[in-house]
Design a protein around this ligand. Structure first.
Ligand SMILES: [Zn+2]
Length: 428
């Protein structure tokens, strides 16, 4: 018996040199490089597939996920750690609820909006635009909150599409685990409120434009992520766990596949990361932001797929995601160019001049937020993918310090450019 155990141990040790060897107890997530794999094949097999580097597909998961890939004939290799070394105990923010080195909880984001509104009543208006899934079920949850920021004149910041000032809407953390994105919304809110009257560029923007921000579209998801503390859970979707017996963090509906414009197409299993839900706009978070977008922007584009929005169109929308260092205009639902593709690429390049990201249409994603806001309303719409795929500032869980050392300095100018373009995004 002892000999046998010794043999088994030796075999396991040998296998240990293979990155995909069985270590059933290791639940630490990694980014795995999967050479020769097709993104869609892996996605429909239920894998958590991400933007690869050098054309290779990446999968996120622990050793068991890598073992499954091996059983399917792939040769995954560990590319990078999901968790980065975390500095704890930020002395500057004692009493603030943070996790993973400084990322703010949903409660802190909510307090932030309340604090900003109290400090800048002449510049701001906060709205409750709907409920998260858990709140609709009486399971706790949250209101989804939006803030309007402008130098308020009579009638400004009202939920009515025919506004006197053009509007720039920025939303973040619709994918809960994309941690840096909510923090960027936070920086943006602070920059434009604190800068009014002292920063000429900000002052000019707030005098002429309404800035709207939803820092956390998916607060239930962020609660799940934050519950992991310094090892945040990898919840991407909302908290809807009624449709299947998926285990955390794989339950929920992907709110960036659930929008009503061209919803459907190739989906994934109910436990898959891009599960689109049972129907177009089935989720309360989707309903909330779509209703809110329709309150902010008139429909400025005809119904045909090839009808461009006119050059007089007003309004810009950015939905902030991570990762990939990309600025992605529509379409997602088709690889065909959208009818404003040239103009959207031109404004995309103006923003990319600040953050250095690659401007490229997304393709092969249905039910996305930006397809809805462009396709349905005609406004200039973009998905930003913040950060690279590896290193201490890469992936879903970059070190907190990366927000201020890298992401915010790179994207501040891009957001300001979007705000200035809101009056005529297709004429710039
Ligand atoms: Zn995302």
């Amino acid at each position: 018996m002892k000999v046998l155990v010794g043999l088994v141990t030796a075999v396991l040790l040998l296998l240990g040199t293979n990155a995909a060897a069985a270590q059933p107890t290791d639940t630490t997530p990694y980014y795995w490089q999967v050479p020769g794999a097709g993104e869609h094949v892996l996605q429909s097999a239920g894998f958590d597939v991400e933007h690869g580097v050098d054309g290779a597909v990446q999968v996120v998961g622990d050793q068991r996920v890598a073992d499954r890939l091996v059983r399917l004939g792939y040769r995954p290799s560990r590319f990078d750690s999901v968790y980065k070394p975390v500095a704890t105990g930020r002395s500057a923010d004692i009493g603030v609820q943070t996790f993973y080195g400084g990322y703010r909880t949903v409660a802190e984001h909510e307090k932030h909006l309340t604090d900003v509104a109290a400090a800048y009543p002449a510049l701001t208006q906060v709205y409750d635009i709907g409920d998260s899934w858990r709140k609709t079920r009486g399971l706790g949850g949250h209101d989804i909150r939006a803030i309007c920021i402008t130098k308020k004149q009579s009638g400004d910041c009202s939920l009515s599409p025919n506004s006197a000032k053009p509007r720039f809407a920025l939303i973040a953390q619709i994918h809960a685990r994309e941690l840096a994105t909510g923090e960027l919304a936070w920086r943006w809110i602070d920059h434009v409120t604190k800068g009014y009257g002292t920063d000429a560029e900000v002052t000019s923007i707030l005098d002429t434009t309404e800035l709207w921000v939803v820092p956390i579209v998916n607060p239930d998801g962020v609660d799940i992520v934050a519950s992991g503390g310094n090892q945040p859970l990898m919840q991407r979707k909302n908290a809807n766990n009624t449709s299947a017996s998926c285990s955390a963090p794989s339950y929920g509906v992907d709110l960036n596949r659930n929008s009503t414009f061209k919803w459907g197409g190739a989906g994934t299993s109910r436990c898959g990361e891009t599960y689109q839900g049972t129907a177009a706009g089935s989720e309360p978070e989707t309903k909330a932001i779509e209703a809110w977008f329709k309150q902010l922007f008139p429909d400025q584009r005809g119904p045909g797929d090839t009808e461009p929005a006119p050059v007089t169109t007003k309004g810009v929308m950015i939905t902030v995601h991570s990762y990939g260092n990309l600025i992605m205009p529509p379409w997602g639902w088709t690889w065909n160019a959208n009818p404003n593709a040239t103009q959207l690429a031109a404004l995309g390049r103006k923003m990319a001049a600040f953050n250095g990201y690659t401007v490229v249409a997304e393709g092969d994603t249905t039910g996305t937020t930006d397809d809805f806001t462009y396709g349905n309303l005609g406004i200039a719409s973009y998905t930003f993918e913040i950060g690279s795929g590896s290193g201490s500032c890469g992936g879903f869980f970059p070190q907190y310090s990366c927000v201020d050392s890298l992401f915010w300095p790179k994207n501040k100018g891009a957001f300001l450019t979007a705000a200035k373009a809101a009056k005529a995004p297709y004429a710039s």
